[in-house]
Design a protein around this ligand. Structure first.
Ligand code: ADP
Ligand code: MG
Length: 253
C-alpha cells in the first residue's frame, strides 16, 4: 500500500482507510485509502463504474463498507447512521437534484434550516428578521436572489442544483460531498458554479466528483483518480493529467 506524501491523518478532516465494499462478490471499492485536509477542495475523477459514487455513499452512511474505516474528525462514520453523520457536519448532494418542486425557493430554504430553528417552527414558524436575512444571503450566494417567490419546479436544471447546494449550506456542514454538480448545466452555469464552489470552499472541506476537466482545473486543489475501485493516481491536476496510467485508463475507454 502506498503512503501519501503528506502526513496521513494529520491536518486531515477526512481519512478513508483501506475501504472495501463487496456487492455480490464484486468489489466496487477495493482497499481504498485517501485523506482530505481541512479547507481542501478535492476532486475525484475516474471512468464510469470506478466506484466514485459508492465512495460518497460510504462516507455519508448510505452504504456500509465490507471492511475499512471512514474517519471524520476522530469519529468512524462507517459505524454511524445517516442522520448522525449529517449532524456531525457532513452534507451530501446526490447526482440528480432533489428539491421540493411544489414549494417556492424561499420555502425550500426554510425547510433546510438547521435543527435549532425547529423549536420556532413548532410554535408556528414565523419568518423572523434573522431567518429572512439568512435566507436572502444564501439565495444571493447561489444566484437565486431574484427567484425566491418562484416554485422550485420552474427553475432550470442548473438552478435546481444551486438551490440544493444552498439548502445543504444552510446546515453549515464542515464537509460537503457533491456528486457531479455541473451535470446538465450550460457553459455559463458551469462557470458560475466554479465560482460558487471556490467561494464556499473557504472554511470548509469539499469532495466533488466531476468529469469536466475544464471545470476540474478551475476548482481542484488536488485530484484523486479512481479506477476499478482503487486509487490510480493522486496529485495536482497537472500531475494526474501527465500520469501515463491515467492516460491509459481514459484512452482505453
Ligand atoms: P461511478 O460513480 O464511479 O460511475 P459507482 O460507484 O456508481 O461508479 O459504481 C461502481 C460499481 O459498483 C459499478 O460497477 C456499479 O454497477 C456497482 N454498484 C454500485 N452500487 C451497487 C449496488 N448497490 N449493488 C450492486 N452493484 C453496485
Ligand atoms: Mg457516479
Amino acid at each position: 500500500m502506498s503512503m501519501q506524501a503528506d502526513r496521513p491523518g494529520e491536518g486531515a478532516i477526512l481519512s478513508v482507510e483501506d475501504l472495501t465494499v463487496v456487492f455480490d462478490g464484486f468489489k466496487a471499492v477495493d482497499g481504498l485509502s485517501l485523506s482530505v485536509a481541512r479547507d481542501e477542495l478535492r476532486v475525484i475523477i475516474g471512468p464510469n463504474g470506478a466506484g466514485k459514487t459508492t465512495l460518497l455513499d460510504m462516507i455519508c452512511g448510505k452504504t456500509r463498507p465490507t471492511s475499512g474505516r471512514v474517519m471524520f474528525q476522530g469519529r468512524d462514520l462507517s459505524r454511524m447512521a445517516e442522520h448522525q453523520i449529517v449532524r456531525a457536519g457532513v452534507g451530501r448532494k446526490f447526482q440528480t437534484p432533489s428539491v421540493y418542486e411544489d414549494l417556492t425557493v424561499l420555502e425550500n430554504f426554510e425547510i433546510s434550516l438547521p435543527r435549532e430553528y425547529g423549536v420556532m417552527r413548532s410554535l408556528r414558524f414565523r419568518r423572523t428578521a434573522a431567518v429572512r436575512e439568512r435566507i436572502a444571503a444564501m439565495a444571493q450566494q447561489v444566484f437565486l436572489a431574484e427567484r425566491l417567490a418562484e416554485k422550485a419546479g420552474r427553475l432550470s436544471h442548473g438552478q435546481k442544483q444551486w438551490l440544493e447546494i444552498g439548502m445543504l449550506l444552510m446546515q453549515e456542514p464542515r464537509l460537503l460531498l457533491l456528486d457531479e454538480p455541473v451535470a446538465g448545466m450550460s457553459p455559463r452555469e458551469r462557470e458560475q458554479t466554479a465560482e460558487l464552489l471556490a467561494r464556499i470552499a473557504r472554511g470548509k472541506s469539499m469532495v466533488v466528483i466531476e468529469h469536466d476537466m475544464d471545470f476540474v482545473k478551475r476548482i481542484a486543489h488536488k485530484v484523486t483518480v479512481l479506477h476499478q475501485g482503487r486509487l490510480l493516481s493522486e496529485g495536482t491536476v497537472h500531475e494526474v493529467q501527465a500520469d501515463p496510467r491515467v492516460r491509459d485508463v481514459y484512452l482505453g475507454h
